[in-house]
Design a protein around this ligand. Structure first.
Ligand code: 4NP
Length: 158
């Protein structure tokens, strides 16, 4: 199972989701069967490490984002991934616009898995540091729901 987290720049929200979720998968013993990645719908920050504020906030919760590098969404991602999970409605609209007609992947909002259908992970880029902690709170909630969902799906496929 392959999961792609998608935001605008791939330097704040989606790398945070990638780092948090990768650690949750390891804790759940699912790291061998579920792979994760992240990307941005925009290309301004290609090749850059996550924003220093995102790295510091994640480090505060024991998650190291330093090795991640930004990349832009690619048409192949609709084939390579089973889930493409957007942080907000703009990111979701960008995904829907590029989604091929025969795409089997599930495309939606990350927080649908937090039991908060339709809610966005707010963009923290132009705000203060507390925005990065809010991103972590939301992403951690969604990670729990996504792990439960994947466990059920893997159980059904067994
Ligand atoms: P992200 O945050 O989409 O969570 O990575 C942003 C990063 C950069 C910009 C906007 C949002 N930007 O406009 O450069």
């Amino acid at each position: 199972m392959r999961i792609l987290f998608v935001c605008l720049g791939n330097i704040c929200r989606s790398p945070t989701a990638e780092g948090v979720f990768r650690r949750r998968l390891e804790e759940a013993g699912l790291a061998e069967v579920v792979t994760v990645d992240s990307c941005g719908t925009g290309g301004w920050h290609i090749g850059k490490a996550p924003d220093a504020r995102a790295q510091a906030a994640a480090r505060g919760r024991g998650v190291d984002l330093s090795s991640l590098r930004a990349r832009q969404l690619d048409a192949e991602d609709f084939v390579r991934f089973d889930y493409l999970l957007a942080m907000d409605d703009d990111n979701l609209a960008s995904l829907e616009a590029l989604r091929p007609a025969d795409c089997d992947a599930q495309v939606g909002l990350l927080l649908d898995f937090a039991g908060e259908a339709g809610r966005a992970v707010p963009d923290p880029y132009y705000g203060g540091e507390q925005g990065f902690d809010e991103v972590l709170d939301l992403v951690e909630r969604a990670a729990d729901g996504l792990i439960d969902h994947l466990r059920q799906r893997l159980e059904c496929e067994r």
